[in-house]
Design a protein around this ligand. Structure first.
Ligand SMILES: Cc1cc2nc3c(=O)[nH]c(=O)nc-3n(C[C@H](O)[C@H](O)[C@H](O)COP(=O)(O)OP(=O)(O)OC[C@H]3O[C@@H](n4cnc5c(N)ncnc54)[C@H](O)[C@@H]3O)c2cc1C
Length: 422
């Protein structure tokens, strides 16, 4: 993409950002009229050569920033995050059915500040790789090295009627939807509940099936008569090593499973979902997870579409030498999960530090562990180990057990402790 085209797109992105921060600032005098919208003041003075910017304070970004702080003690580490605080994604599931309070899964960024990581609360609207610049709602920032860790973007626009009518749906793949889903679950009087699964890859592959199981249990316990239906865009439940186990669990619980049923329209007025084959599925309550994509500025800055094209070992961009990406926004063979995102962030920091000239050892390859709920008292196990280059070495899956449910609780609190110290 030509620089001028990229700048025009960035201008549009900035104009459309819902910034709480004021954009303001003086326009660069030399900018042409066409370029002007993107130019506002530089937020920080130019970097000294060791400025590392992190976009996104989720599992990957926080892990990267912490590791960078340890490995490159004289580097300037700055994390840009649009949300006021962190909330752990896995706990969205627990909260939706009343198993956990949200505040128990929330953390402030103060523990990072105390380590010397600078946190700037702002939304990033674009990157100009050739200028080493990030465009934020508070001004432009120049970097020496950049990590993109913005997670996934939910592509509501791919479901007809959804962008215009967000209230037709509530799902746990983002925080506001999670809070609304909790409310809807609590007041539900009975009927058909449709859980709709997007095409893989998506964030937390077992998540929608966990949600179906927990909703089923919740309504049965409450004495609410509910028929749970899973409409899946995929040909089998995800991730593939758990596919047969999910089908067995659904059969036992009486959950109806529909494969190859990709929802393309939500007709909320008539409480009806429409699939790509034209099937119509009526519902009384739905929790539809839209297709998972990544921030549009990734595509607009030429770094990949929709995910950032990176080397699966080093997490370095295949296009630009001083840009790295980790976690759900990176095009890697690893599961889009909290667990792998922590390790991706850590490994990306090692390779960034190596690139900056620090004497740092190469890290171990990525692995993933997860304990998906089949009920509030039982979880399954899935563990995947990858080679350095991203090839799967082995995948282990095991049936539901109460021990795995206990492990899940320890697992998530260990992840949070790893990132925030408690
Ligand atoms: C319901 C649910 C259940 C899950 N269960 C599990 C589980 O059991 N096990 C597991 O391992 N994983 C689970 N996950 C998945 C896990 O939460 C994600 O895979 C993980 O959060 C990805 O980490 P990340 O850092 O890549 O992205 P995120 O954690 O999504 O972080 C991205 C960050 O970037 C910020 N950001 C985005 N765009 C911008 C911007 N333009 N400017 C500034 N900041 C920006 C966001 O605000 C966010 O803080 C679950 C997720 C959900 C939703």
């Amino acid at each position: 993409m030509k620089r001028r085209d990229a700048l025009k797109i960035m201008g549009g992105a900035i104009a459309s950002l819902a910034f709480a921060d004021s954009i303001g600032g003086s326009l660069r005098k030399s900018a042409s009229a066409e370029e002007r919208p993107i130019f506002h003041k530089d937020l920080l003075s130019p970097p000294g050569g060791k400025r590392v910017i992190v976009i996104g304070g989720g599992f990957a970004g926080v892990s990267f920033a912490n590791t960078m702080r340890e490995l490159a003690q004289d580097a300037e580490v700055i994390l840009l995050e649009k949300n006021p605080f962190f909330v752990s994604g896995p706990s969205h599931i627990d909260y939706s059915v009343g198993l956990k309070k949200l505040e128990d899964a929330a953390r402030s960024y103060y523990p990072l500040r105390e380590k010397g990581i600078r946190i700037i609360k702002t939304e990033v609207g674009g990157i100009i790789p050739e200028d080493n610049k990030v465009i934020t709602g508070k001004g432009n920032i120049t970097y020496n090295y950049l990590l993109i860790a913005t997670g996934i973007r939910l592509a509501d626009e791919e479901i007809l009627q959804l962008t215009e009518n967000p209230a037709f749906n509530a799902h746990a793949w983002e925080l506001e939807g999670t809070i609304e889903l909790r409310r809807r679950v609590e007041v539900f009087k009975g009927g058909k509940v449709v859980v709709s699964v997007p095409s893989a890859p998506f964030k937390c592959p077992p998540g929608p099936y966990e949600m179906a199981c927990l909703l089923d249990e919740f309504f049965k316990r409450k004495g609410v008569s509910a028929e749970i239906i899973v409409t899946d865009s995929n040909d089998k439940p995800q991730p593939p090593p758990l596919a047969q186990k999910w089908l067995t669990v659904f059969e036992k619980k009486g959950i109806k499973y529909m494969s190859n049923s990709k929802v393309v329209e939500i007709d909320g007025a008539n409480k009806r979902l429409v699939t790509d084959t034209g099937d119509k599925i009526d519902y009384d309550m739905t929790t539809l997870i839209p297709p998972n994509k990544a921030a549009t500025f990734i595509r607009d800055s030429g770094l990949g579409d929709p995910y950032v094209d990176v080397d699966p070992t080093t997490f370095k961009s295949k296009k630009v030498g001083n840009i790295f990406a980790a976690g759900d926004c990176a095009k890697v063979p690893y599961t889009k999960s909290a667990y792998t995102s922590i390790y991706q962030g850590k490994n990306a920091a090692h390779y960034t530090a190596i690139g900056m000239g620090y004497n740092v050892k190469e890290p171990a390859p990525i692995h993933g562990i997860c304990y998906p709920y089949t009920s509030s008292v039982e979880s399954m196990l899935i563990r995947v180990d990858w080679e350095k280059d991203g090839k799967v070495i082995k995948a282990i899956a095991d049936d539901p057990k109460s021990d795995y449910r206990d492990s899940r609780t320890v697992w998530e609190s260990t992840l949070l402790k790893n990132l925030f110290g408690f």
